[in-house]
Design a protein around this ligand. Structure first.
Ligand SMILES: *Cc1c(COP(=O)(O)O)cnc(C)c1O
Length: 408
């Protein structure tokens, strides 16, 4: 076997039966959770083998989410940058305005199939909470969302949305009263109520089989996009780009292209105030404070100090503001199948305004990080080359943040 074949096998056939992506992933959880993860893994395998499950999900994607989402040729942006042709995969047009609904509906259907009527989730800024509450309202499941009390105070509109959608929002008062404390509480709830309760995880993170399940439910993005871009341009893109928080929208796009060796895959992390400042969430750019470790049940790159204490991260976009990253991204990076870079808050804000003015599309601040990399890279590429960028969400939710910064 040549080296290249070895790499290809490893890109394609992950995770292995123990949930590893190379040296990343796995299950680092209390013993009491293992049976629940086994049960989930088994139910998921059964669902995947059942054509009825796929039909039901496809039906909801078509009639509720509004799939397939289109691809837009960003002609004016392409012209303005004077290089590559830029194509946007429009997850901002999915119901609720972002890709998170793809995963929430998939896991919701799985929970129903498993006979679990009580759904728990955690949320930071509230986007995963809103996505979950939406899908649970549709499916008629009982939804409880853990949220740090600091986040509740900061994100009132999303708290109200969740309540309107029928979810019970549970304030978390422990630790820093933010996302990581909410995750801990949700895990504790799951251990206690595992018989009746389904834990709906929001990104390609957590113990096996979650990173695989979330990837698979998000891979509809790449599967659609791969077909659409060939229809529109007659070929595969030169580059695929997506922003990387936990990594679900990026892996959802990358997965369909993993075996297309000529298609470059680029993930963009949150550079915050710049790498030198230490105030960012670039797990793959700053190896003084980021190295392999364990967080929330999986082994991946984690931002931590020399004692292994998890670092505070910063990003203008809540969705990218997380100290670890999905294990499959760590794996793709170590194989050099995917490359990772970052955009600062400032660059993202500039991209946010550029895309709004030139295309009439206000992107989410998360997605603006990917657009910022397009702005850097497209001018250096030939005019007949193609960049496919995932627009993970729309920017309406970010207007208050942007007004707060640009208003000054
Ligand atoms: C949550 C979110 C992200 C980041 O999450 P991933 O799991 O990395 O995709 C990116 N964009 C939007 C619009 C989001 O809501």
């Amino acid at each position: 076997m040549t080296d290249q074949m070895y790499i290809k096998t490893n890109v394609t056939n992950v995770p292995n039966e123990r949930g590893y992506y190379g040296e990343f992933g796995g299950r680092f959880v209390p013993e009491t959770i293992i049976p629940a993860l086994d049960e989930l893994e088994e139910a998921y395998a059964e669902a995947m083998a059942d054509p009825e499950f796929h039909q039901e999900l496809a039906y909801l994607q078509r009639t509720y989410t509004g799939r397939p989402t289109p691809i837009t040729h960003a002609k004016r942006l392409s012209e303005y940058l004077g290089g590559a042709q830029i194509y946007l995969k429009r997850e901002d047009l999915a119901h609720t305005g972002a890709h998170k609904i793809n995963n929430a509906l998939g896991q919701g259907l799985l929970a129903k199939r498993m006979g679990k009527k009580r759904i728990i989730a955690e949320t930071g800024a509230g986007q995963h909470g809103v996505g979950t509450a939406t899908a649970m309202a549709l499916l008629g499941l009982d939804c409880h969302v853990y949220m740090g009390s600091v986040d509740i105070a900061r994100q009132q509109p999303n708290v109200f949305r969740m309540k309107l959608l029928g979810a019970n929002v549970i304030p978390v008062e422990s630790g820093s009263k933010t996302l990581k404390d909410a995750i801990n509480e949700a895990m504790r709830d799951w251990v206690t109520n595992v018989e009746t309760t389904f834990y709906l995880l929001g990104s390609a993170l957590g113990p096996h089989p979650y990173p695989m399940i979330v990837r698979d439910f998000q891979s509809v993005i790449g599967t659609e996009a791969r077909e659409q871009i060939q229809e529109m341009t007659g070929r595969l893109p030169d580059v695929c780009m997506a922003c990387v928080g936990g990594g679900s929208n990026a892996i959802g796009l990358f997965h369909a292209f993993r075996d297309d060796e000529d298609v470059e895959l680029i993930g963009i992390e949150a550079g915050g105030h710049g790498i030198e400042s230490g105030e960012h969430a670039s797990r793959f750019s700053d190896f003084d404070i980021s190295r392999p470790g364990i967080l929330h049940g999986t082994r991946s790159y984690v931002m931590q100090n020399s004692d292994g204490q998890i670092m505070e991260t910063h990003s203008v976009s809540a969705g990218l503001d997380y100290p670890s990253v999905g294990p499959e991204h760590a794996h793709l990076r170590s194989l050099e199948r995917a490359f990772y870079t970052m955009a600062t808050d400032e660059e993202a804000l500039e991209a946010f305004q550029k895309l709004s003015k030139l295309e009439g599309i206000i992107p989410a601040l998360e997605s603006s990080h990917a657009v910022a990399e397009v702005i850097k890279r497209a001018p250096k590429m030939p005019k007949d080359s193609v960049i496919l960028v995932n627009l993970s969400g729309r920017g309406d939710k970010d207007l208050d943040t942007v007004i707060g910064i640009l208003g000054q």
